[in-house]
Ligand binder design. Sequence first.
Ligand code: ADP
Ligand code: XUL
Length: 529
Amino acid sequence: MVAESERTFLGLDLSTQQLKAAVVDNNLQIIHEASVMFDSDLPEFRTHGGVLLSKTNPNVITAPTVMWVKALDMLMDKLTVSGVDFSKTAAVSGSAQQHGSVFWQKGSEKILASLDPGQFLHQQLASSFTVNNSPVWMDASTTVQCRQLEEAVGGALKLAEITGSRGYERFTGSQIAKIAQAKPEAYKNSERISLVSSFLCSLFLGKIAPIDISDGSGMNLMDIRTKQWNSQLLEVVGDNLDEKLGSVVPSSTDVGPISSYFVERYSFDPSCRIIACTGDNPSSLVGMRLNEGWLAVSLGTSDTVFLWLKEPKIVPDGHILCNPVDPEAYMAMLCFKNGSLTRERVRDSCAESSWDIFNQLLDSTPRGNFGNMGLYYDVQEILPFLSGDYRFNKAGDRVAKFTSLEVEVRALIEGQFIAKRAYAEDIGFTLGKDTKILATGGASANKAILQVLSDVFNAPVYLQEESKSAMLGAAYQAKHGLLGKHSNYVEVTSCLPPPRLICEPYADAAEIYEPMVERYRKIVSSLIK
Ligand code: ADP
Ligand code: XUL
């Protein structure tokens, strides 16, 4: 076996549009990277953005399962060509788009265990799936099944109390129920059902890998407190589902040695361990090294907030997942659809399509925006469930327009962050003097925007240099999992540079924004009525 200082870790991320991987050294520094884009590298599957749209129902969105297998064949070859010495790899883990499902044909576990190292994986697994196109997280065709799950346990809030979320169309429970109802033979012939993450893990393990508790919390089927399947919910979905799903394990569990296929084909050492794979959002929390007291705000196409929670607090919207690092803790995930594209819309209408002018306008208005507040939703928002634009003046009257462009710009940015703070508090995050914010995503390059974030939360904002947090999270988790239960995740990642402080709140921030958060709550509750 290779010396400790020489060993490497492999982390993969099977996301919607691509499969990528990084090899990191014992200090978690990236030494090799490679990626396979589904649309361009695997054109034979005819995907757009990595997925297939149904011709008859726009809500049905899938991805060819074998495409993901073929992508792994290609990725392993790319890594080999780039000079990776897999014999030094001590552990492998992975991250994947959440909620998608893979239906394994009867007998496929046997095939996985006896793969011929002389052939590609996709050649040998081509007929291993009862459902050729896996439902993915973008699918929204299971409203009926969501209501069935909610009704089975006494309503939406009760389902949220048990599983951490009310019924969501993309969550795997309703997706599996739809297959069981619409394709009973395929369901019956499915020996096992994996999430995309545990499917990726299975390929490396050479047998069907367990689902981890963190990605398992995105299914509407698992009790987030007992970390076991809820039998009432499994029954609603389909017969013998517990056997098909198998057991659930904590996220950093060492699930076994690498399969002989990888040993023989790519020269992995037989002692290389496979660590349970998880969803991309939990894996991002790992990659960002989020800890208690930290809140991550991702400002991408849509905006997402992640937070570390000791105790789950149940709300009608938002998601509570088991924590991927500390199985006793939880993480909350809040998704806002109107993020960068809405900021771009206001930039285009107020600031000549320039972020520089946008920032000048933002900086020329005072914190609190003279008492004006705005809510802007280009598309139907999740939190809160509203669409359209809403502007309120200092007197609380709804107005059609603000008096100036700079007021509009500030109203947008303040409104977006006030909403994030309100929902973060609702789901159990307590802001305190130790609260720190980690910003990521495209708009985190904008310091004027980050200053407003800092003021609204009355907390310092930090940036992390590396952006591919889900993939890196998998590589870090490989090392954390290898070292076992007693290894401390914070210590494992302490070799990495700390996040960089970007801005701190002004002294009057709390005084200004606390009342605005309360005002926001009142506005939203009256609009929703
Ligand atoms: P995704 O969520 O699709 O991965 P990114 O995290 O890459 O997206 O974010 C892309 C967005 O970042 C763009 O839509 C753009 O509006 C935004 N962005 C890029 N630079 C800036 C900037 N300087 N100020 C504000 N937003 C920016
Ligand atoms: C989270 C979700 C998406 C996917 C994207 O609930 O559906 O973030 O995980 O990969």
